[in-house]
Design a protein around this ligand. Structure first.
Ligand SMILES: C[S@@+](CC[C@H](N)C(=O)[O-])C[C@H]1O[C@@H](n2cnc3c(N)ncnc32)[C@H](O)[C@@H]1O
Length: 242
Protein backbone atom coordinates (compact mmCIF):
# COMPACT_ATOMS: atom_id res chain seq x y z
CA UNK A 1 0.00 0.00 0.00
CA UNK A 2 3.05 2.25 -0.42
CA UNK A 3 2.15 3.02 -3.99
CA UNK A 4 2.85 6.57 -5.07
CA UNK A 5 1.10 8.38 -7.87
CA UNK A 6 3.30 9.17 -10.85
CA UNK A 7 2.08 10.79 -14.04
CA UNK A 8 2.39 9.53 -17.60
CA UNK A 9 3.17 12.13 -20.27
CA UNK A 10 2.73 11.10 -23.90
CA UNK A 11 4.78 13.57 -25.88
CA UNK A 12 4.76 14.15 -29.65
CA UNK A 13 8.22 15.43 -30.59
CA UNK A 14 7.49 16.57 -34.16
CA UNK A 15 8.52 15.01 -37.47
CA UNK A 16 12.28 15.51 -37.54
CA UNK A 17 13.31 19.16 -37.68
CA UNK A 18 14.78 19.75 -34.20
CA UNK A 19 13.09 23.18 -34.10
CA UNK A 20 9.62 21.69 -34.67
CA UNK A 21 9.23 20.45 -31.11
CA UNK A 22 6.88 22.37 -28.82
CA UNK A 23 8.01 24.30 -25.75
CA UNK A 24 5.60 22.19 -23.72
CA UNK A 25 7.34 19.00 -24.90
CA UNK A 26 10.76 20.46 -24.04
CA UNK A 27 9.59 21.49 -20.56
CA UNK A 28 8.18 18.03 -19.84
CA UNK A 29 11.36 16.32 -21.10
CA UNK A 30 13.48 18.55 -18.86
CA UNK A 31 11.56 17.52 -15.76
CA UNK A 32 11.14 13.80 -16.53
CA UNK A 33 12.27 11.05 -14.15
CA UNK A 34 12.45 8.50 -16.96
CA UNK A 35 11.94 8.70 -20.72
CA UNK A 36 10.66 5.79 -22.82
CA UNK A 37 10.86 5.53 -26.61
CA UNK A 38 9.63 2.86 -29.00
CA UNK A 39 12.00 0.90 -31.25
CA UNK A 40 11.52 -2.14 -33.42
CA UNK A 41 12.80 -5.49 -32.16
CA UNK A 42 15.20 -5.47 -35.14
CA UNK A 43 17.21 -2.40 -34.13
CA UNK A 44 17.95 0.09 -31.38
CA UNK A 45 17.28 3.19 -33.41
CA UNK A 46 14.49 5.56 -32.48
CA UNK A 47 13.97 8.66 -34.61
CA UNK A 48 11.79 10.17 -31.86
CA UNK A 49 14.73 9.77 -29.47
CA UNK A 50 17.17 11.39 -31.89
CA UNK A 51 14.82 14.39 -32.11
CA UNK A 52 14.23 14.63 -28.37
CA UNK A 53 17.81 13.84 -27.21
CA UNK A 54 19.08 17.46 -27.11
CA UNK A 55 16.25 18.26 -24.68
CA UNK A 56 16.80 15.34 -22.29
CA UNK A 57 19.29 16.12 -19.50
CA UNK A 58 22.10 13.50 -19.31
CA UNK A 59 21.03 12.52 -15.80
CA UNK A 60 17.61 11.25 -16.93
CA UNK A 61 17.47 7.56 -17.82
CA UNK A 62 16.24 6.72 -21.31
CA UNK A 63 14.76 3.28 -21.99
CA UNK A 64 13.83 1.74 -25.33
CA UNK A 65 10.71 -0.38 -25.55
CA UNK A 66 10.97 -2.88 -28.39
CA UNK A 67 7.89 -3.55 -30.48
CA UNK A 68 7.72 -6.46 -32.94
CA UNK A 69 7.13 -5.49 -36.60
CA UNK A 70 4.39 -8.08 -37.08
CA UNK A 71 0.78 -8.33 -38.21
CA UNK A 72 0.22 -11.09 -35.62
CA UNK A 73 -2.34 -9.55 -33.25
CA UNK A 74 -1.48 -11.76 -30.24
CA UNK A 75 2.21 -10.86 -30.50
CA UNK A 76 1.41 -7.15 -30.70
CA UNK A 77 -1.02 -7.36 -27.78
CA UNK A 78 1.60 -9.06 -25.61
CA UNK A 79 4.15 -6.33 -26.38
CA UNK A 80 1.67 -3.54 -25.57
CA UNK A 81 0.63 -5.17 -22.32
CA UNK A 82 4.24 -5.88 -21.28
CA UNK A 83 5.35 -2.32 -22.07
CA UNK A 84 2.31 -0.78 -20.40
CA UNK A 85 3.23 -2.91 -17.35
CA UNK A 86 6.82 -1.56 -17.38
CA UNK A 87 5.47 2.01 -17.47
CA UNK A 88 2.95 1.30 -14.71
CA UNK A 89 5.80 -0.02 -12.47
CA UNK A 90 7.49 3.39 -12.78
CA UNK A 91 4.22 5.27 -12.17
CA UNK A 92 3.72 3.25 -8.97
CA UNK A 93 7.09 4.60 -7.74
CA UNK A 94 5.71 8.14 -8.12
CA UNK A 95 7.77 8.92 -11.25
CA UNK A 96 7.15 11.46 -13.98
CA UNK A 97 7.20 9.05 -16.90
CA UNK A 98 7.53 10.41 -20.43
CA UNK A 99 6.76 8.32 -23.52
CA UNK A 100 8.01 10.10 -26.63
CA UNK A 101 6.60 9.54 -30.08
CA UNK A 102 7.34 10.89 -33.54
CA UNK A 103 5.18 13.69 -34.92
CA UNK A 104 1.88 13.97 -33.09
CA UNK A 105 1.08 11.73 -30.14
CA UNK A 106 -2.51 11.18 -31.32
CA UNK A 107 -1.87 10.39 -35.01
CA UNK A 108 -0.98 6.81 -36.02
CA UNK A 109 1.22 6.58 -32.95
CA UNK A 110 2.50 3.72 -30.79
CA UNK A 111 1.60 5.97 -27.90
CA UNK A 112 -2.10 5.46 -28.72
CA UNK A 113 -1.75 1.76 -27.85
CA UNK A 114 0.35 2.43 -24.76
CA UNK A 115 -2.23 4.98 -23.61
CA UNK A 116 -5.12 2.56 -24.13
CA UNK A 117 -3.42 -0.20 -22.16
CA UNK A 118 -2.21 2.01 -19.30
CA UNK A 119 -5.70 3.50 -18.91
CA UNK A 120 -7.20 0.00 -18.91
CA UNK A 121 -4.63 -1.66 -16.63
CA UNK A 122 -4.09 1.21 -14.18
CA UNK A 123 -6.75 3.92 -14.53
CA UNK A 124 -5.71 5.41 -11.17
CA UNK A 125 -2.70 7.20 -12.69
CA UNK A 126 -3.07 10.63 -14.29
CA UNK A 127 -2.12 10.87 -17.96
CA UNK A 128 -1.24 14.02 -19.90
CA UNK A 129 -1.01 13.79 -23.69
CA UNK A 130 0.95 16.51 -25.44
CA UNK A 131 0.40 17.01 -29.18
CA UNK A 132 3.16 17.44 -31.72
CA UNK A 133 3.43 18.72 -35.26
CA UNK A 134 2.54 15.91 -37.65
CA UNK A 135 4.70 14.77 -40.56
CA UNK A 136 2.13 15.87 -43.11
CA UNK A 137 1.73 19.36 -41.59
CA UNK A 138 5.51 19.75 -41.84
CA UNK A 139 5.50 18.39 -45.42
CA UNK A 140 2.70 20.77 -46.50
CA UNK A 141 4.65 23.68 -45.00
CA UNK A 142 7.88 22.62 -46.70
CA UNK A 143 5.99 22.54 -50.03
CA UNK A 144 4.26 25.90 -49.32
CA UNK A 145 1.08 23.97 -50.10
CA UNK A 146 -2.00 24.77 -47.97
CA UNK A 147 -3.62 21.45 -47.13
CA UNK A 148 -7.27 22.50 -47.20
CA UNK A 149 -8.99 25.75 -48.01
CA UNK A 150 -12.50 27.15 -47.87
CA UNK A 151 -14.99 24.32 -47.32
CA UNK A 152 -12.70 21.58 -48.65
CA UNK A 153 -12.08 18.22 -46.93
CA UNK A 154 -8.90 16.32 -46.15
CA UNK A 155 -8.68 12.52 -46.11
CA UNK A 156 -5.89 11.25 -43.86
CA UNK A 157 -5.04 7.68 -44.81
CA UNK A 158 -2.76 4.85 -43.95
CA UNK A 159 -1.16 3.60 -47.14
CA UNK A 160 -0.87 0.08 -45.73
CA UNK A 161 -3.78 -0.98 -47.97
CA UNK A 162 -2.45 0.96 -50.95
CA UNK A 163 -5.01 3.22 -52.62
CA UNK A 164 -8.07 1.19 -51.53
CA UNK A 165 -9.45 3.70 -49.04
CA UNK A 166 -9.37 6.52 -51.58
CA UNK A 167 -11.09 4.32 -54.18
CA UNK A 168 -13.94 3.66 -51.73
CA UNK A 169 -14.83 7.36 -51.59
CA UNK A 170 -17.42 8.01 -54.31
CA UNK A 171 -17.05 11.76 -53.87
CA UNK A 172 -13.32 12.37 -53.64
CA UNK A 173 -12.06 14.73 -50.92
CA UNK A 174 -10.26 17.80 -52.25
CA UNK A 175 -7.02 16.81 -50.46
CA UNK A 176 -5.61 13.46 -49.48
CA UNK A 177 -2.61 12.38 -47.41
CA UNK A 178 -1.12 8.90 -47.33
CA UNK A 179 1.20 8.05 -44.44
CA UNK A 180 2.87 4.61 -44.23
CA UNK A 181 3.04 4.82 -48.02
CA UNK A 182 6.43 3.21 -48.67
CA UNK A 183 5.45 -0.38 -49.55
CA UNK A 184 2.48 0.53 -51.73
CA UNK A 185 3.46 3.65 -53.65
CA UNK A 186 2.52 2.11 -57.03
CA UNK A 187 -1.06 1.36 -56.00
CA UNK A 188 -1.40 4.72 -54.22
CA UNK A 189 -0.16 6.53 -57.34
CA UNK A 190 -2.62 4.53 -59.44
CA UNK A 191 -5.56 5.40 -57.15
CA UNK A 192 -4.60 9.08 -57.29
CA UNK A 193 -4.50 8.97 -61.11
CA UNK A 194 -7.79 7.00 -61.27
CA UNK A 195 -9.51 9.61 -59.09
CA UNK A 196 -8.90 12.09 -61.91
CA UNK A 197 -9.29 15.17 -59.71
CA UNK A 198 -5.83 15.76 -58.25
CA UNK A 199 -3.66 18.20 -60.16
CA UNK A 200 -0.87 18.13 -57.58
CA UNK A 201 0.59 14.96 -56.06
CA UNK A 202 3.91 14.94 -54.27
CA UNK A 203 6.01 12.48 -52.28
CA UNK A 204 8.06 13.74 -49.33
CA UNK A 205 10.68 11.57 -47.64
CA UNK A 206 12.57 12.31 -44.39
CA UNK A 207 10.78 15.63 -44.00
CA UNK A 208 12.70 18.10 -41.83
CA UNK A 209 15.83 15.95 -41.78
CA UNK A 210 19.18 16.43 -43.51
CA UNK A 211 18.27 13.96 -46.25
CA UNK A 212 14.79 15.41 -46.91
CA UNK A 213 13.60 14.66 -50.43
CA UNK A 214 10.66 16.11 -52.36
CA UNK A 215 9.52 14.04 -55.33
CA UNK A 216 7.09 16.06 -57.42
CA UNK A 217 6.38 13.24 -59.86
CA UNK A 218 4.81 10.37 -57.96
CA UNK A 219 5.45 7.99 -60.86
CA UNK A 220 9.15 8.69 -60.32
CA UNK A 221 8.62 7.98 -56.62
CA UNK A 222 7.44 4.47 -57.58
CA UNK A 223 10.74 3.81 -59.36
CA UNK A 224 12.94 4.69 -56.42
CA UNK A 225 11.61 2.42 -53.67
CA UNK A 226 11.11 5.10 -50.99
CA UNK A 227 11.94 4.44 -47.35
CA UNK A 228 9.54 4.13 -44.41
CA UNK A 229 9.70 7.88 -43.70
CA UNK A 230 7.75 8.75 -46.83
CA UNK A 231 4.32 10.29 -47.27
CA UNK A 232 2.24 11.33 -50.26
CA UNK A 233 0.08 14.45 -50.54
CA UNK A 234 -2.41 14.98 -53.34
CA UNK A 235 -4.59 18.02 -53.88
CA UNK A 236 -7.27 19.34 -56.17
CA UNK A 237 -6.18 22.96 -56.51
CA UNK A 238 -9.65 24.25 -57.40
CA UNK A 239 -10.84 24.28 -53.82
CA UNK A 240 -10.41 27.78 -52.51
CA UNK A 241 -13.39 29.27 -54.32
CA UNK A 242 -11.14 31.68 -56.25
C1 LIG B 1 3.33 5.37 -37.68
S1 LIG B 1 3.16 6.78 -38.68
C2 LIG B 1 3.56 8.07 -37.53
C3 LIG B 1 2.86 9.36 -37.83
C4 LIG B 1 3.26 10.45 -36.86
N1 LIG B 1 2.73 10.20 -35.54
C5 LIG B 1 2.81 11.83 -37.34
O1 LIG B 1 2.21 12.58 -36.53
O2 LIG B 1 3.09 12.20 -38.47
C6 LIG B 1 4.63 6.67 -39.63
C7 LIG B 1 4.47 7.34 -40.98
O3 LIG B 1 4.48 8.76 -40.81
C8 LIG B 1 5.11 9.36 -41.95
N2 LIG B 1 6.26 10.14 -41.47
C9 LIG B 1 6.63 10.31 -40.20
N3 LIG B 1 7.69 11.16 -40.12
C10 LIG B 1 7.97 11.52 -41.39
C11 LIG B 1 8.94 12.38 -41.99
N4 LIG B 1 9.83 13.04 -41.23
N5 LIG B 1 8.93 12.54 -43.34
C12 LIG B 1 8.01 11.89 -44.11
N6 LIG B 1 7.08 11.06 -43.60
C13 LIG B 1 7.06 10.87 -42.27
C14 LIG B 1 5.54 8.22 -42.88
O4 LIG B 1 4.51 8.06 -43.85
C15 LIG B 1 5.59 7.03 -41.94
O5 LIG B 1 5.40 5.81 -42.64
Amino acid sequence: MNEKKGTLYGVGVGPGDPELITMKAVNVLNRADVVFAAASTKNTDSLALRIAKPHIPDTIPVRLLHFPMTREESEKLKAWEDHAGTIIDELAKGKRVVFITLGDSMTYSTYGYILKHVLKMAPRFPVVSIPGITSYQAAAACLNMPLVEGEASLLLNSGADGGERLRRFKEKPESVVFLKAYRNVEDIALAIHEAGVYDTSVGVSNCGQKDEQVIRDIDALCDQRPNYWTLILAKNNKQDGS
